[in-house]
Design a protein around this ligand. Structure first.
Ligand SMILES: Cc1cc2nc3c(=O)[nH]c(=O)nc-3n(C[C@H](O)[C@H](O)[C@H](O)COP(=O)(O)OP(=O)(O)OC[C@H]3O[C@@H](n4cnc5c(N)ncnc54)[C@H](O)[C@@H]3O)c2cc1C
Length: 408
């Protein structure tokens, strides 16, 4: 345990000491050579994933177990509050370091990467961006430490891509708000200790008719519903959250009444960088496995990597992964510099998630029959990768966002 705390401390110290980072910030231009911080974070997270995730990930996957204890350990390491400033107990790192950490987790297990991303960029990200000082002090330290797991509820059973039609409603009653309705497909819908919930406070289809509330698990009238039985990402809990006359104090409103939808769109701009990173990590994991296997597996008296049909697949995978990484780092770099990233995060999310599915599919093909079994990791990459084209806005919705931006 002590090692993890020390590692986090070291990371934070390095950030302030790193001349590379300072020079880079001064230059205000893109430089995608990994910084010393990124290299160290990559190694630390890789070691953690090999020790605490890889040995049990198939067991969690089979049983759909959400391994809360791993997230507590990740909290000790600083991975549950990567972007949260140190005054609120976080690691105080930037988006490039965040991308690095998610990639390294997802390279081993997409489920843990997805939960880490939802906790960091959706729940923590929303409170960090739109919470007032009291709210940040109240919730962020526990979330950053991994003592509390965070959830973020926008989607409902009938409103996914078209979130503005949400039915979950909050009505003012005295000093409180009373929440009724349900949110579906919520990462940590059962295990989340606290959730940011978007609910209607105005007219249907009014973009200023939605407000963000922080709801703690113990609040009367807040309960968990059905847990989804999923194709992939099975160790990342996805479940319904139900609100029945759930009374929420005014001080749990994030930002202004009616600003929730606009806030959510901004949160998703950052969130899409995490899904791009998740996709990238899965694609890299699939490529690592395929490279290794293709050099070991022999057919017709030689390694299958000698066949052009296989080596060209590997070349395509590597090229697309490199391009996806550049798009992801571009979005992260802009986000670090406080620029609007709507288009760039959609580029990254759209491209990286499609690349992830293609890379995982080709990896299964390169493994042949073995790829179709649970003895090798590629079938899991194949199942997990598909989520990346769906969660936090499907590929079609990313194209819609990109088209809207370029047609302005
Ligand atoms: C594992 C998992 C975890 C999730 N975690 C969360 C979470 O933590 N919080 C949360 O709020 N949500 C979460 N979601 C929900 C997720 O964001 C939605 O599933 C996603 O936004 C898509 O919505 P939908 O499933 O309702 O699909 P729909 O919106 O019904 O879309 C169905 C199909 O129609 C297409 N489509 C829809 N509209 C258009 C259009 N205008 N043009 C072209 N095509 C269109 C879509 O691209 C898709 O192919 C999660 C989902 C999954 C699977």
């Amino acid at each position: 345990m002590r090692n993890y705390t020390l590692n986090l401390h070291l990371i934070c110290q390095l950030i302030s000491m790193s001349t590379i980072t300072k020079e880079y910030e001064q230059e205000k231009k893109m430089n995608f050579d990994p910084t010393e911080n990124q290299l160290m974070i990559a190694q630390t997270v890789r070691d953690f994933a090999e020790k605490h995730i890889r040995p049990q990930m198939m067991e969690w996957d089979e049983s759909q177990k959400f391994p809360v204890e791993v997230f507590r350990k990740m909290g000790e390491l600083g991975l549950m509050g990567i972007l949260i400033p140190s005054e609120y107990g976080g690691a105080g790192l930037g988006y490039l370091e965040y991308v690095t950490a998610i990639v390294e987790v997802a390279r081993v297990c997409g489920s843990i990467g997805l939960s880490m991303a939802a906790h960091n960029s959706l729940c923590c990200g929303h409170i960090l961006q739109f919470g007032n000082e009291d709210q940040k002090k109240k919730w962020l330290p526990k979330l950053a430490a991994g003592q509390w797991i965070g959830a973020w509820g926008l989607t409902e059973a009938n409103t996914g891509s078209d979130a503005m039609r949400m039915r979950c409603v909050a009505k003012k009653d005295g000093k409180d708000w009373v929440l009724n309705g349900a949110k579906n497909w919520i990462t940590h819908g059962i295990s989340g200790d606290v959730a940011v919930v978007l609910a209607r406070t105005g007219e249907l289809l009014d973009s200023h008719g939605i407000t963000a509330f922080v709801v703690e698990r113990k609040t009367p009238g807040f309960k968990a519903g059905k847990k989804e039985n999923k194709l992939g990402m099975r160790a990342s809990e996805t479940a319904e959250m139900i609100f029945e006359d759930c009374r929420i104090p005014q001080e749990n409103v994030l930002g202004e009444i009616g600003d929730g939808f606009i806030q959510a769109m901004k949160v998703l701009d950052g969130g899409r960088i995490s899904i791009a990173s998740l996709a990238l990590g899965i694609a890299k994991g699939a490529l690592d496995a395929a490279l290794k296997y293709s050099k070991e597996r022999e057919q017709f008296g030689q390694p299958i990597s000698n066949f052009q049909g296989i080596s060209f697949k590997l070349a395509d995978m590597a090229t697309e992964i490199e391009a996806a990484e550049l798009l992801t780092l571009q979005a992260a770099d802009l986000k670090n510099r406080g620029k609007k990233v709507t288009k760039e995060s959609a580029f990254a999310k759209y491209y990286a998630s499609e690349v992830s599915v293609r890379a995982a599919t080709e990896a299964v093909q390169i493994f042949g029959g073995y790829g179709y079994t649970k003895d090798f990791p590629v079938e899991k990459f194949y199942r997990d990768s598909k989520l990346c084209t769906i969660g936090e806005g499907t590929s079609e919705i990313q194209k819609l966002v990109i088209a809207r931006e370029i047609l302005k």
